[in-house]
Design a protein around this ligand. Structure first.
Ligand code: EPZ
Length: 427
């Protein structure tokens, strides 16, 4: 398995291109199921999860073609076409590798009137139930059966009638599945307390470009008027606000000065505020966002929350940065029950972090020390890289496949910024 060797101490500087958003792409790809016409997605990031999703969609008879991207290009253009579906089953061996596969449930149900999807297991950060996905689809008129580790959803003959559902708690994926099911329903559907993440707005924008009728886009109250059919579209995936925030933390901890090309400040306002509170300069510049720090970081108190609150996907990266703050920071993780796996590894690098339930106290230290560390989940892995960039000496981050799921060619991007990083295969 690959690992990354990082020799810490370089101040990051220069410009880094922000890739298309993984968590937008993973909900835009299944929209191709909703029409028999071609859907073309531009600015798709080259990530393991995108490849996995493409393979899953091929299982249903969707043709996919990648337009000529040069090897040195970031991002790709993919055209998908579901002329007719040859299957409505998402098998265990594919779903277990990528939980986001559950996002085919709504569109398969909408297009074919039925779907059979393996229940996605939990993952390192929590048990990740899908009860809210199923309750929303039931509210829209679907019949749901659970058997042998699969969920089977069936629309009454003629298709989903549509309905109303109020989420008891905010769920990004459940909102996405419900939206993709409702756009072809026979009637009107409403969602209350829906997720408002920018990735949801991206999904709504693509669906509208395909002919869907959605009101309240960007708010937590959505109204979807079902239409008979949707047509193809060409759509640009939004920039990845979590990737941008991750590189911002790397610049901050190394006392660097970088520009995140393509980043949209409005998507990352909560992260920008957290960085500013820590004494980091964050400003919108032409074509992106500039991040600069003199390396003197202030402790802060942060709590993750659904958008527009601070993204849970930024917690580990901000924690790594705060390891070198001049004082103690308090972080509270309100979304997932087990999202502190990076803490023991950061402490092995000389950090001083105490956790108690959902709260972590990050006592700033003067120096981190390079070490061999193990990646456990996607964002935890990036936090170890961020720490390694500032640590004295050499760090090795093992199990890079976690990172490759969500960060496009990160060693090349960090090299663009002057970091001393090297990917080494086969350990
Ligand atoms: C999406 O996961 C993202 N993944 C996650 O990013 C992100 O952390 C999360 O949203 C929160 O922003 C993708 O978009 C592919 P949720 P999702 O449903 O949809 C509970 C990353 O690092 N819940 O908003 O699975 C759930 O357990 C990944 O890129 C239920 O109880 O998140 C969690 O505590 C990690 N029942 C909370 O809601 C349900 O049916 C929020 O989960 C669904 C969720």
């Amino acid at each position: 398995m690959d690992k990354i060797i990082i020799r810490g101490g370089n101040r990051l500087s220069g410009t880094v291109p922000v890739s298309g958003a993984k968590n937008a792409a993973l909900t835009l790809l299944p929209c191709a199921l909703l029409t028999d016409e071609p859907v073309t997605l531009r600015n798709l990031p080259r990530l393991a999860d995108i490849d996995g999703f493409q393979h899953l969609l091929n299982q249903f008879g969707i043709s996919t073609s990648i337009a000529g991207a040069r090897p040195e290009d970031f991002g790709r253009v993919m055209t998908l076409q579901a002329t007719r579906l040859t299957s409505t089953v998402a098998p265990y061996d594919l779903v277990r590798k990528m939980r986001a596969s559950i996002l085919v449930l709504g569109p398969l149900l909408a297009r074919a009137g039925e779907a059979t999807v393996s229940l996605p297991g939990g993952c390192a950060i929590g048990n990740r139930p899908i009860d809210l996905h199923l309750k929303a689809l039931e509210a829209f008129g679907a019949k749901i059966e659970l058997a042998a580790g699969y969920v089977r959803a069936i629309a009454p003959d003629g298709g989903l009638p549509g309905g109303d559902y109020s989420f008891p708690l905010v769920s990004v994926g459940a909102t996405e599945n419900a939206l993709m099911a409702a756009v072809l329903a026979r009637g009107t559907s409403t969602l209350h307390n829906a997720a408002r993440e920018p990735e949801i707005v991206d999904l709504c924008n693509l669906l509208v470009a395909m002919g869907a009728e959605i009101e309240g886009i960007g708010s937590s109250d959505l109204t979807i008027h079902g239409v008979q059919r949707l047509h193809g579209a060409t759509y640009m995936v939004m920039p990845d606000r979590i990737e941008a925030g991750s590189y911002a933390c790397a610049a901050a901890i190394t006392g660097g000065d970088i520009t995140l090309a393509g980043a949209r400040m409005e998507d990352m306002a909560a992260t920008a505020q957290a960085l500013r509170d820590a004494g980091v300069l964050v400003e919108a510049v032409r074509g992106g966002v500039r991040i600069a720090s003199d390396g003197d970081l202030r402790p802060v108190t942060l709590s993750t929350a659904p958008y527009p609150g601070l993204a849970t996907d930024m917690q580990a990266q901000l924690m790594a940065m705060l390891c070198l703050a001049g004082g103690s920071s308090v972080l509270t993780e309100t979304i997932f029950e087990n999202r502190y796996m990076h803490v023991p590894e950061l402490n092995r690098m000389g950090a001083h972090i105490e956790t108690k339930g959902r709260t972590a106290i990050v006592h700033g230290v003067r120096q981190l020390h390079g070490a061999e560390v193990m990646a456990t989940d996607l964002r935890a892995s990036m936090s170890l890289v961020i720490a390694g960039l500032a640590a004295e000496g050499e760090s090795q981050v093992h199990r890079l496949y976690h990172l490759d799921r969500g960060y496009e060619r990160l060693e090349e991007k960090f090299a663009l910024l002057g970091a001393d990083v090297e990917r080494v295969g086969g350990d």
